[in-house]
Design a protein around this ligand. Sequence first.
Ligand code: BG6
Length: 499
Amino acid sequence: MQKNPLSEGLTAHNTPEPFVIVIFGASGDLSAKKLIPALFSLFTHNHIIDFTIVGFARSRWSSSDFKEKTAALIHNRFGTQTTEQETAEFLKRIHYISAPYDTDEGYTLLKKKFAAQKHLIYYLATPPHMYEPIISQLGKNRLTQSADSTFKIVVEKPFGHDVTSAKLLNSKLLSIFKETQVYRIDHYLGKETVQNIIVFRFGNGIYEPIWNNRYIDHVQITVAEKAGIEMRGSYYENAGAIRDMVQNHLLQLLCMVAMEAPNDLEPDSIRNEKVKVLKALRPITVDSPQPAVIRAQYRAGIIDGEKVKAYRKEDKVDPHSIIETYVCMRLFIDTWRWSGVPFFLRTGKRLSRRLTEISIQFKTPPHLLFGQADSTPISPNTLTLTIQPDEGITFRFNSKLPGFTTKMRAVNMNFTYGSSFAEKSPDAYERLLLDMMLNDATLFTRNDEIEQAWKFVSQLISCFKNDADKNLFFYNAGSAGPEEAHLIMTPYNSTWRKL
Ligand code: BG6
């Protein structure tokens, strides 16, 4: 029975029943940076009590090595926020299996030592080409079926490389697991501010009546990063910004903003509405005179006073690479509500600042009483949901300047999480892991949702298949992106919000 998180209050969670979580790829970055810290934090906050963590990876480590590394990372990450006793208790629950992913060896051990447990969770945090062999081995070694146990599998992104591979992966998973046992992660859905989009839209009466093409001029979604590709050259060379960010995080944000109100907050009610948005996305074509997509790549530049290298000079990157590290696009959702409203999406690495926001720009008043005398253009009302880093909501409206004048100026009305709530939000992975342990799939992507997102993105990528080099622009690291980004807005007389 899946339960509904949003109606429960954001921190009102039960404690999961005793479980074993097997992390495939436990010696990798994701495990060290996200999974182990999230599990540790859940443990120290008493959200999980009775559990075993089994690291499974190819690195030739022993359980003691894994414990030692875990202790070091807890120390670095949590420092004085934790005690030696908490760390020691956590380490008692940790084991490690060193084995290849595609032979029986490690799975036989897993079965011998842990398969008798009641609840088993498999977490795929390996490079994606290992997903298929791991799923096969789990099936072959009968580690997914037992009358006395339950099994779940969590799959990290990237989930496939295009629509065909995503379908293949789905059918592989669903040949062994049921859809209700599969949790496809998009960590953006675990962010408090992303969940708040639904609460903001459907928990307040005043926005829905104006949330449509009568009142909204356009929507801008920005996911800007200062970070580069870090040590992920070989992955990024096969992904680029479209696969890495648009297919998942940006389209999820778009769905949250554009979906219709679900009938209730059951996981499938929300996911059904998101799928409808994805299905209504108008396929992008690139042959029109007005470009709808701009791809670009960062050159060398300066960020926070430090010189950073060009993408083509990054480790494991082809010096002539034509992969995009930035993309912006104009989308349309062909529904009654959104007909004619452009959605402008942009994401990029090595930009001037880190910012994720959704900005709804409303239409200006039909008849301008103010601001005409000196031909000052009137500022449109804008509602901006800042997802990170300064989580909050800002409404921008016009106000009369003080004094003997009718002139106006745009001013802001602000809500920030930091100043309104004393509690700190849990990290996205903590939220998602706990939800999954409690069988709540609301914040995970369903098979049809992922395939639909890939359908749109694969079609988009195919537009550049033959002349990806000609369609690539450049920007300096530390800038706001390529100058050409404005081209996709020109036909709509809009401009990008300042980065
Ligand atoms: C990941 C992408 O999914 O999201 C990374 O693979 C990106 O390239 C990251 O940097 C951004 O996540 P966040 O939470 O820092 O915005």
